[in-house]
Design a protein around this ligand. Structure first.
Ligand SMILES: Cc1cc2nc3c(=O)[nH]c(=O)nc-3n(C[C@H](O)[C@H](O)[C@H](O)COP(=O)(O)OP(=O)(O)OC[C@H]3O[C@@H](n4cnc5c(N)ncnc54)[C@H](O)[C@@H]3O)c2cc1C
Length: 411
């Protein structure tokens, strides 16, 4: 007789289950736990040490650290500082962001490895009994009962786990399984480019500046990370295989032509393993929620890397969501109207920022990648005028609707 093996599925209950330990999920988990809401955060990776995912901590996020009383400690983490961002577009050099007049404590963007930022939030979250961060825990499906999301199923090192929750929040990024399983519909807005990311060492004699360079159908951005350059080589959408087929030698030559000072160290790119592809997408969910479920961050709206605002928006979504949800979660009174309040609060800034990214894509990146001699558009030149030049810096640094911490510390 054949023995039947019973697979037992452990089941636990919490108030809020957050899927994804990126900037949105970790910030939301930390703030809700701090406000006395029992939270489980699931992260499928064993740690936060991932490939380059964007290292920009904007002035608005730094201001939140100040509001939380954590700024001094946060700034002890290794970081570099960007006070101004400029770009060479053909013959025109335009300043895209001046941060010197911002009404915040840190008038700069901090470049900090994302894992340091996430570990910082994890360490502070662990101070609260209400915070339960589970690494190597991957959400695989939602539990739906009578049209309402009642929890989810996840793979963990101990086997399958069922988590029942009053609210599931999908913070699982641009390839969100949560939004897919929930059947939430998104609109894609297209992007003309993909980005190949890699590092080159930085020498003391190199410039300090972060800069972008568009020339002859090619585009390169270099971010100063103290001892290395984080480099973004922008290619027309879907051409990564073509670039790879042309070979590493050709790739290195192109990089050297775009940034001649790197020619003495191009052999550091000794395999394609060192070059990571970002498939650029801009999309947005039509509705960010269903009864019992909400999506925020990239899971609700994938951003273009233009302006490096994805982390900033994800964090601001999390702060707005915590402000709106903390009390109803504690009282057990979260309704679809409450979830709609989160979307209403964050949809306009998202929509506006994506429009701006598309404007820049269409006016600068598409023509440049098509090989046309790039020219700074008139509106960009206008924004160099002293009275107007604070505007792009402010939008870039603080976002369209800066959020502030209103959740109390209760736990
Ligand atoms: C190569 C690259 C460079 C970028 N550069 C910048 C930049 O310079 N500045 C900037 O602001 N933005 C940048 N971005 C975008 C930025 O990283 C995102 O906008 C931001 O991280 C979104 O945060 P998030 O928390 O919504 O999602 P993510 O950061 O994508 O986090 C999602 C998390 O969910 C986890 N996860 C996914 N599925 C599951 C599951 N089923 N179960 C459990 N966990 C799951 C993932 O492992 C991940 O940790 C870049 C993105 C990439 C890919």
């Amino acid at each position: 007789m054949m023995a039947t093996r019973r697979v037992s599925v452990a089941s636990i209950k919490t108030t809020c289950c957050i899927v994804g330990g990126g900037p949105a999920g970790m910030m939301l988990g930390f703030l809700l736990a701090r406000a006395g809401v029992p939270v489980i955060v699931l992260e499928k990776h064993p740690d936060f040490l991932r490939d380059f995912r964007g290292d920009t901590v904007h002035p608005s996020t730094l201001e939140m650290m100040y509001e939380l009383g954590l700024l001094d400690e946060f700034l002890k983490l290794p970081h570099s500082v960007v006070r101004q961002i400029s770009m060479q577009i053909g013959d025109d050099r335009v300043v895209i962001g001046h941060f010197d007049r911002l009404p915040v404590h840190c008038k700069y963007v901090a470049l900090m490895p994302q894992w340091d930022f996430l570990n910082f939030l994890a360490d502070h979250g662990k101070r609260y009994q209400t915070f339960d961060l589970r690494m190597r825990a991957e959400a695989i499906d939602l539990i739906e009962e009578k049209g309402r999301i009642a929890g989810l199923r996840a793979w963990t090192p101990d086997g399958e786990l069922e988590i029942r929750a009053d609210l599931v929040v999908g913070c699982d990024g641009r390839h969100s399984i949560i939004r897919e399983k929930a059947g939430l519909k998104s609109d894609g807005y297209g992007a003309p480019m993909d980005v190949m990311w890699f590092r080159l060492s930085r020498k003391p004699s190199d410039s300090d500046e972060n800069f972008g360079h568009i020339e002859g159908g090619r585009m390169m951005v270099m971010l100063n990370r103290n001892d290395y350059w984080q480099c973004a080589y922008v290619i027309p959408k879907g051409t990564a295989d073509e670039v790879k087929r042309a070979g590493l030698d050709k790739f290195r030559r192109t990089v050297g032509e775009m940034s001649p000072f790197t020619r003495d160290r191009l052999d550091e790119i000794d395999s394609w393993e060192k070059v990571k592809l970002l498939t650029v997408a801009i999309d947005r969910l039509r509705q960010w929620y269903r009864p019992g479920l909400l999506c925020i961050g990239d899971a609700a709206h994938a951003m273009s890397p233009i302006g490096g605002v994805g982390i900033n928006l994800a964090v601001q979504d999390a702060v707005a969501a915590a402000n709106i949800l903390a009390r109803p979660l504690r009282d057990g009174t979260v309704r679809v109207e409450t979830l709609n309040d989160v979307q209403r609060r964050r949809e306009f800034p998202t929509r506006f920022t994506q429009r701006l990214q598309m404007l820049l894509q269409n006016n600068i990146i598409s023509p440049a990648l098509a090989g046309n001699r790039p020219k700074a558009p008139f509106f960009m030149k206008l924004l160099q005028w002293p009275l107007l030049r604070r505007i792009p810096g402010r939008v870039l640094a603080l976002g369209i609707r800066p959020e502030h911490i209103h959740t109390p510390e209760i736990a």
